[in-house]
Ligand binder design. Structure first.
Ligand code: URA
Length: 249
């Protein structure tokens, strides 16, 4: 993939920032070799080192393009991932889609049958409901980013198991760090419990405010739960109105 040279300094500084926050140097190494720039270690230390880049995300077109590039690079790794047994049954992995510069990241559980076939998240019945709910709060799918806890379909749509979530969390963590959403919306218990590191019920979690590494987390019902139990729709609608208010603040 060719990167425009003018974004190189900004990209390197961004990647260094990610590294300082615990993200592995893998991408920095990959990017520096691909960009044909000198690796950090071979440079002479300047008398006046660069100031620490601020943590504030810079949603310039160049930064957005570099995040999109890094997400695409990560997606290629997910496509060939064999870290847990779920890869054996996959037709396609489902990495996630949407705007890398979005304010809101939705995290579901794992791909179902339709998602496995299409390689895209939330495209089946649950996804159609999610799309309608988003429209009701004036959001289009292209404005948000949607992904899942696990990137390969659990057989017969069972819940992802603990070890599968643990194998796959490395990808989700990088997605969150790259996208840096203003808020994360956890769709259902599996995503909420992982993000909040709790074993509390969804009903309890959705009543309180939470954060994942400083990013506010709004917990709501999974769209599949709303299809199974339409009685939950009223409560879910309250959650999505809260999300709309947060995003328009
Ligand atoms: N359910 C999920 O949790 N994710 C999808 O992508 C589809 C259904």
């Amino acid at each position: 993939m060719a990167f425009p040279q003018e974004i190189v300094p900004e990209l390197i500084s961004y990647l260094k920032n990610l590294e300082r926050r615990g993200i592995k140097s893998l991408y920095l190494d990959a990017a520096t070799s691909e960009l044909n720039v000198e690796p950090e270690s071979s440079r002479v230390t300047p008398d006046h080192p660069e100031p620490e880049p601020k943590d504030t995300p810079v949603a310039t077109p160049a930064a957005t393009a570099s995040v999109a590039g890094l997400l695409a690079e990560l997606e290629t790794k997910v496509k060939v991932c064999t870290e847990c047994g779920l890869h054996e049954g996959r037709t396609n992995s489902v990495f996630g889609t949407g705007d890398p510069a979005t304010k809101v990241l939705f995290i579901g559980e794992g791909p179902g049958r339709d998602e496995d076939i299409q390689g895209l998240p939330f495209v089946g019945r649950s996804g159609q409901l999610l799309t309608k709910i988003l429209a009701a709060i004036d959001l289009e799918r292209k404005d948000v980013y949607i992904t899942n806890m696990v990137k390969c379909r659990p057989p017969n749509n069972r819940d992802p198991q603990e070890n599968e979530v643990r194998c796959c969390e490395q990808y989700l963590k990088v997605q969150i760090d790259l996208i840096k959403p203003r808020i994360i919306c956890a769709l259902g218990r599996i995503a909420a419990q992982w993000l909040l590191d709790k074993t509390t019920s969804l009903g309890e979690m959705r009543k309180s405010e939470h954060a994942y590494r400083g990013i506010p987390v709004l917990v709501t019902y999974h769209p599949a739960a709303l299809l199974r139990n339409p009685g939950l729709k009223k409560a879910a609608w309250e959650d999505f109105k809260r999300l709309r208010d947060i995003l328009t603040d």
